[in-house]
Design a protein around this ligand. Structure first.
Ligand SMILES: [Cu+2]
Length: 112
């Protein structure tokens, strides 16, 4: 018979296992360097919640901004932040760096 604690651990493990598997499958990194995002077009699966790691390798802050995705996130110099997007309908979603919009631009492309 399980103790209350071990039962709680079991249940937690069962609940977390699929979440961790999903997170591992759907995490992508976008790197900002010299005020440019790379990859400039990131392919992600449509219909799935996606974890995006935004890594700023510049020595200046940047703000990831997207009207299409309804996201706005400050990234301090030499830092990483995480945002979640989706599940997205198939399509192209533009984003840009609010502080360097002439060079810092990209697309999230959701494919079925
Ligand atoms: Cu902004």
């Amino acid at each position: 018979m399980c103790t209350l604690l071990s039962r709680a651990v079991c249940v937690t493990a069962l609940l977390l296992a699929p979440v961790l598997a999903l997170a591992a499958d759907t995490e992508y990194t976008i790197v900002l360097e010299s005020h440019r995002f790379s990859p400039s077009e990131l392919l992600v699966p449509a219909g799935v919640k996606v974890r995006l790691v935004l890594e700023n390798r510049d020595q200046t802050p940047e703000e990831f901004e997207s009207y299409a995705l309804n996201r706005e996130k400050l990234i301090t110099p030499s830092a990483k932040v995480v945002i979640y997007v989706g599940p997205l309908a198939p399509g192209r979603y533009e984003y840009f760096g609010d502080f360097n919009p002439s060079t810092a631009r990209g697309w999230i492309v959701a494919k079925p």
